[in-house]
Design a protein. Structure first.
Length: 96
């Protein structure tokens, strides 16, 4: 998990959650560096066989990972999900 220059108490909450998860690493950017920098940093510092990127608000349910894993098992390198595709099955509309 990468925290991008948080100035609130988010890090306190994350540390509590991370205590019980030996496989969870929390990275902190001292200052806000932006989403792209933070995503890149998290991916480059990951160590797993697969890397999943998701926004913290879980706007796409984490259960959708099964669909992405199926593509990885078929040999795709980088499956990408998007709610913006015409073939997307958006069941809860989110206003931007």
């Amino acid at each position: 998990m990468v925290l991008d220059g948080c100035r609130d108490r988010t890090i306190d909450a994350i540390r509590i959650v991370a205590e019980d998860r030996s496989n969870m690493v929390v990275l902190e950017n001292e200052v806000n560096r932006g989403k792209g920098f933070s995503v890149r940093r998290g991916i480059l510092e990951s160590g797993g066989q697969f890397v999943l990127f998701s926004d913290a608000d879980l706007s796409t349910p984490i259960e959708e990972i099964e669909k992405l894993l199926a593509f990885l098992q078929e040999g795709y390198d980088v499956p990408i999900a998007s709610r913006g595709l015409s073939s997307s099955d958006v069941q809860v509309c989110q206003l931007l």
